[in-house]
Design a protein around this ligand. Structure first.
Ligand SMILES: [Cu+2]
Length: 142
């Protein structure tokens, strides 16, 4: 009985940490130009609970924001998102012309194919998951 209980608890813990699967993707940057970089990835919420991301952090950039591209009357602009909801059993794609990460003020020179850890936080400022995005030089790969 005790063994089954501890097994169940272990299983619950595993389920908890694996509630999200992240298909890590890329950060596109322009070398030697003082413009923010853009991050794309897919976040899959495999749990039965909706989840909201309130903050994104990187040790390699001074500031990371969640943005959404909006097209109105043929003009595209970007809005900062205060939070990003990932509904239960849903996948959210951060992709060009949609929601994306905007990364400001790199703390060091950005290098093609280098990996950047990115951390995601909930409403209470608890880190919920992290991933690694690969830097891609826009002048090399478009
Ligand atoms: Cu943006």
């Amino acid at each position: 009985m005790n063994m089954i209980k501890s097994l169940a608890m272990t299983l619950a813990a595993i389920l908890c940490v694996s509630s999200f699967s992240l298909h890590a993707n890329v950060i596109k940057f322009l070398p030697d130009i003082d413009l923010p970089s853009v991050g794309y990835l897919t976040i899959h919420n495999k749990s039965d609970k909706d989840f909201e991301i309130y903050r994104v952090k990187s040790n390699d950039f001074r500031k990371v924001e969640l943005h959404q591209s909006v097209t109105k009357n043929g003009r595209t602009s970007m809005q900062k998102l205060e939070k990003l909801k990932i509904p239960a059993n849903h996948e959210i794609k951060l992709e060009p012309s949609g929601i994306h990460l905007m990364l400001f003020e790199p703390k060091h020179k950005l290098q093609h194919n280098h990996e950047i850890p990115i951390y995601f936080f909930d409403e209470n400022n608890n880190e919920v998951f992290k991933t690694v995005l690969t830097l891609k030089n826009r002048t090399k790969e478009g």
